[in-house]
Design a protein around this ligand. Structure first.
Ligand SMILES: [Zn+2]
Length: 224
């Protein structure tokens, strides 16, 4: 039985759906994996994989990869982009997560996972759209892939949906190339202590496409 704290005024503003989900988690997953959580709390985390994924609520890596606590170190941002290495004293949240995962956690894999129907990618393909706010943070962020978006937009042989998928996959290769601009990544990759991967998730079908590291093409994994 989960006890709700006494401060009802504060708690009344908290979304009921989240509270229900939390109760379900405590009686389900947490109850079944209590020892695992306690061991992780005692010994710390040691995930082997960093996943760079989109903020999109339909493409949660822990769900897609059926991962338990402590298994995945996840950084999510709009359109799962990795910016280039840029030690300029500014605020770089994705680079900070990458630095921690590689240097402190010593992950063995980095997966950049894109997905279909990505709103960030759609925004990059529609640069004339009005900014959502005066800060235009999405516009600035997505300008990372503006040159690729411009090239893709010029291809009138493709449908709008095909252009979208093309840029979603191009941006994954772009992010992997940017990962290699980080000295800590490129050094460890050359020493074969770190492997970079790309993946693309189709929300509507649930299909996961894996990037072929040799060709850059996205392929369906072999059926079990
Ligand atoms: Zn997205």
């Amino acid at each position: 039985m989960i006890r709700i704290p006494a401060n009802r005024i504060c708690m009344s503003a908290f979304p009921e759906q989240l509270l229900n989900g939390y109760r379900s988690f405590m009686s389900g997953r947490y109850a079944h994996e209590t020892n695992r959580y306690r061991e992780l709390a005692r010994s710390g985390q040691s995930p082997e994989t960093l996943i760079v994924a989109c903020c999109d609520s339909r493409a949660a890596p822990e769900t897609i990869f059926d991962a338990g606590p402590g298994e995945l170190f996840v950084v999510r941002n709009v359109a799962n982009l990795v910016p280039p290495y840029s030690p300029d004293g500014e605020y770089h949240s994705t680079s900070a997560a990458l630095e921690f995962a590689v240097q402190s956690l010593k992950v063995k894999n980095i997966v950049v996972m894109g997905h279909g129907r990505c709103g960030g990618i759609r925004a990059a393909l529609s640069p004339v759209a009005e900014p959502l706010s005066p800060g235009d943070f999405i516009g600035k962020w997505m300008s990372l892939v503006a040159p690729a978006a411009e090239d893709v937009s010029k291809n009138t042989m493709l449908t709008a949906a095909e252009r979208q998928t093309a840029l979603e996959r191009i941006s994954i290769r772009f992010s992997i190339a940017n990962l290699r601009t980080f000295p800590c990544v490129s050094i460890l990759e050359k020493k074969e202590r770190l492997t970079l991967h790309g993946a693309w998730f189709d929300i509507s079908t649930g299909e996961l496409w894996i990037m072929n590291p040799e060709t850059g093409d996205f392929e369906r994994p072999e059926a079990e």
